[in-house]
Design a protein around this ligand. Structure first.
Ligand code: T46
Length: 138
C-alpha cells in the first residue's frame, strides 16, 4: 500500500462540523507525530524526498495544495482541498508539495518520530532503493 485517498466521515450537527482521526481506525497506523505546514510562500515547492520507513496521512484542513507522488512506476498529482479527504503515503514514495493556497494548513500524521536518517533526498538514490525493494518482493 504505497498511497491512497482516505475518506473521513464528517460528524456534523447544527453547530458545525467535526472530524475525528483515530489510529488503526480511519488512520492506518499508530500515530507518533503530528505536524502542520502553513504560511507557505507563493510558488514554493516543498518535499523532494521519500522515506525509508514511514507512513503518513496528509490532510489540507484549510485551503488547498497539490501533492506530486512517484512510486518509481507511476506519478500522480493529487489535489487536497477538503477536510474530509486524507492522502496516505507509505515508504519509498517520492513526494513534492506545491500550489499552496495562501490560507493552506496541511496537517500531517506520521507513524514515527522525526528522524533525518529516514529521508532519501536524492532522486537517483530513491529510484535505486525502490527498484531493489520491488525485486526483493518479487
Ligand atoms: C514529508 C512532507 C509531507 C522537524 O524538526 N521535525 C519534523 O517533524 C519535521 C516534519 C520537520 N522538522 C524540521 C526539518 C527542517 O529543518 O523542519 C524543517 C522543515 O522540514 P522539511 O524541509 O523536511 O519539510 P518538507 O515540507 O519538505 O517535508 C515535510 C516532512 O519533513 C516530510 O516527512 O513527508 O512534509
Amino acid at each position: 500500500m504505497e498511497s491512497k485517498l482516505i475518506h473521513f466521515d464528517v460528524l456534523g450537527d447544527n453547530r458545525g462540523s467535526l472530524i475525528a482521526l483515530e489510529e488503526h481506525k480511519n488512520i492506518p497506523f499508530k500515530i507518533k507525530r503530528v505536524y502542520y505546514i502553513f504560511d507557505t510562500k507563493n510558488n514554493v515547492r516543498r518535499g523532494f524526498h521519500a522515506h525509508k520507513n514511514l507512513d503518513q496521512v496528509l490532510i489540507a484542513v484549510k485551503g488547498s495544495c497539490t501533492i506530486h507522488i512517484d512510486n518509481n512506476k507511476v506519478t500522480k498529482e493529487v489535489v487536497l482541498n477538503n477536510q474530509s479527504t486524507g492522502l496516505y503515503i507509505g515508504s519509498l514514495v517520492w513526494r513534492e508539495m506545491y500550489d499552496f493556497s495562501d490560507d493552506c494548513v496541511l496537517l500531517v500524521l506520521a507513524s514515527d518520530y522525526y528522524n533525518e536518517n529516514d529521508y532519501i533526498r536524492n532522486y537517483e538514490q530513491f529510484k535505486t532503493l525502490a527498484e531493489n525493494n520491488e525485486i526483493s518482493r518479487e
